[in-house]
Ligand binder design. Structure first.
Ligand SMILES: *Cc1c(COP(=O)(O)O)cnc(C)c1O
Length: 393
């Protein structure tokens, strides 16, 4: 079938939230109550996520970026400490290191999963390396056995950026239980949302206490750790913390959404399966590779138009999707390309796989509320654009 006009009339975004009446009612209940911040909804949400991930502790933050900042604080990252992470991620994964005065070091990605390459991590470890921040890109867990082994050998902290991978598992274990600390984000494009929001989950009581302190100005009322006690009003600030608290309004929404997480992830897997089936076997079109050890929660569905096989470059292909009202995106620009990083952070970065990846990647729309027509429109657009530009060489 040929289409003269755009494949669809209205723009299909690459991701968005799915809220129902139950979610709205949960928020309204908090609004009608006494406490809209620092009330009981936070703890309920934290307990639910900790239980889901199978760990003891969870600390909610006002967003995922603040949560990563907290994890870097708890890990004790300070001036000139090096932290190894991937360049194919959102800037927050490495900005959190800069907040603490540390230095992000970028390890190249694997050409198949686009996740950080453990061999590159190993090559970049120095006596100043303090932590590793692996990112489960697109929702597919990193090879955490290898990352954890490197961390054990070199005495490093692992902060797992699982903004994409809530609901995913690795070697049969839920993401959240695979590192010293794991961060989830509840931004509306992520698996479940609280408007803005983030959380660190951990099994380590020491980190847990540091995270609580950091989230609340570095203030404590714990008599056991205070230097003195002037009376019932008294508190002490022992560390430089921030106001990074989540509101109960947000926590109520997040808690309600957690009840739908498994359903959302199933629906994402179903849509990814439909894309895989419809788009496989086309020369030059690279579909997502799934590692046998991991069960992705499919935050993103990535395709690549191989260089040299098409008469258009990625920019032209990207624009063709947008002209068809398919809200494609690019995830991500290698972080070290950012002017701030060029000017202030990097010496020489050598990540040829990240460069090749960035030249060719396109993110297709994928979110649980897409209906069968939306899914069919995306497939139609990919096939239309493929046919239009494939050079057959
Ligand atoms: C979304 C995201 C974050 C930051 O989360 P926010 O809640 O938006 O602050 C960090 N890392 C990655 C990989 C993300 O996708």
């Amino acid at each position: 079938m040929e289409y003269a006009g755009p494949v669809r009339e209205a723009l299909l975004p690459y991701g968005k939230q799915w809220l129902d009446e139950e979610d709205i009612e949960a928020v309204v209940q908090v609004l009608r109550g006494e406490l809209i911040t620092q009330g009981p909804a936070i703890e309920r949400f934290e307990r639910r996520v900790a239980e889901y991930a199978g760990v003891r502790y969870a600390v909610a933050f006002c967003n995922g970026t603040a949560a990563l900042h907290g994890a870097c604080f708890a890990a004790g990252i300070g001036d000139d400490d090096e932290v190894i992470t991937t360049p194919i991620t959102f800037i927050a994964s490495s900005n959190c290191v800069l907040y603490m005065g540390g230095k992000p070091v970028f390890a190249d990605i694997l050409p198949d999963t686009y996740n950080i390459n453990p061999a590159e991590v190993e090559r970049l470890i120095t006596s100043r390396t303090k932590a590793i921040i692996p990112v489960d890109f697109t929702g597919q867990p990193v090879d955490m056995d290898r990352i954890n082994e490197l961390a054990r050998k070199n005495n490093l902290v692992v902060i797992h950026d699982a903004a994409h991978s809530l609901g995913a598992s690795y070697a049969g274990k839920k993401v959240g239980s695979l590192a010293h600390m794991t961060m989830f984000s509840f931004h509306p494009v992520k698996h479940v949302t609280s408007g803005e929001g983030g959380m660190i989950v951990t099994d380590d009581e020491h980190y847990y206490k540091r995270l609580l302190l950091f989230r609340n100005h570095g203030m404590t009322r714990d008599a056991a750790v205070m230097q003195k006690n002037d009376g019932p009003w008294y508190y002490e600030m022992s560390e430089l913390g921030y106001n990074y608290r989540m509101t109960d309004i947000q926590a109520a929404l997040g808690h309600s959404q957690m009840g739908k997480l498994d359903h959302f992830v199933d629906r994402r897997r179903e849509i990814a399966g439909a894309y895989n089936e419809a788009l496989s076997g086309l020369d030059g079109l690279v579909l997502p590779f799934q590692h046998e050890k991991s069960d992705s929660s499919w935050h993103l569905y990535m395709i690549r138009f191989e260089q040299g096989k098409f008469t258009a470059d990625r920019r032209e292909i990207f624009e063709a999707f947008r002209e068809n009202n398919i809200g494609v995106n690019v995830h991500y620009i290698p972080v070290y390309h950012q002017p701030f990083y060029k000017n202030k952070v990097n010496e020489v970065v050598h990540c040829p796989e990240a460069e090749t990846y960035y030249q060719t990647c396109i993110t297709l729309p994928l979110f649980p509320r897409m209906n069968e027509h939306d899914v069919a429109d995306v497939i139609t657009a990919v096939l239309k654009i493929y046919k239009q530009y494939y050079s057959g060489i």
